[in-house]
Design a binder for this molecule. Structure first.
Ligand code: CDP
Length: 222
């Protein structure tokens, strides 16, 4: 029975810090963690490697259903190979945003995402966690920050990985991704009224984590 297992759903745009916040909230509560963006990235890398055309929904969804993946030792595995770095390249990021726009692919990943729901609880991170995948989540948060702040965070991340990027390009890339994710007809990025709004522009990660935990305690008394 997973009906009574609590879910905290954290939706929000790219580079808002939702991944880091979600992971820390999960660690603080001893909950499982779902990085749904990683699933979309794995589905995309798999399709690229198998030369499945990204705009042909039926074979793409078929390949997605058959994905051989696992999350182990803090790494991502595809067909037994460590692809943690490979799924984060710019080429895969750009292709993922196209793949994620397919309703058939989203449907193919739905049950896989729900399998992450196990006691004692789950923190799920992604564009549509509270709106589509876990509509009954005990707490839904829409976590965001203004585009300049998100671009600075992404830029810093890239520099730390030794990758060069111009700030103006990072801002432009984020704007385009926001527009694509918000405009798509399936599972668009949106702040739905049942999600609490958390603007992290002026917050540290610890403050953002503290706020989510405080809301969760208020809601559940835990
Ligand atoms: O945070 P960032 O967008 O850089 O990466 P991500 O969370 O790993 O997501 C990668 C891509 O997957 C994005 O382009 C999203 O549009 C898509 N995605 C989605 O459509 N639905 C989700 N639940 C999670 C990610």
């Amino acid at each position: 029975m997973t009906n009574h297992v609590p879910v905290i759903a954290i939706d929000g745009p790219s580079a808002s810090g939702k991944g880091t916040v979600a992971e820390r909230v999960a660690a603080a509560l001893g909950f499982h963690y779902l990085d749904s963006g990683a699933l979309y990235r794995l589905a995309t890398l798999n399709a690229l490697r198998r030369q499945v055309p990204l705009d042909d929904a039926v074979p793409l969804a078929g390949a997605t259903r058959e994905l051989e993946i696992s999350f182990r030792d803090g790494k991502l595995w595809l067909d037994g190979e460590d692809v943690t770095e490979a799924v984060r390249t710019e080429a895969v990021s750009a292709a993922t945003s196209r793949v994620a726009a397919s309703p058939q692919v989203r449907e193919a990943l739905l049950e896989r995402q729900r399998l992450f729901l196990r006691p004692p609880g789950l923190v799920a991170d992604g564009r549509d966690m509270g709106s589509v995948v876990f509509p009954h989540a005990a707490l839904k948060v829409f976590l965001t920050a203004d585009v300049g702040t998100r671009a600075e965070r992404r830029h810093k991340q890239l520099m730390e990985k030794g990758m060069c990027a111009k700030m103006a390009d990072v801002v432009e890339e984020l704007r385009q991704r926001d527009a694509r994710d918000s405009a798509r007809p399936v599972a668009p990025l949106r702040h739905y009224p049942d999600a609490l709004f958390l603007d992290t522009t002026a917050l540290t990660i610890d403050q953002a984590v503290g706020q989510v935990l405080a809301w969760y305690r208020e809601r559940t008394g835990n």
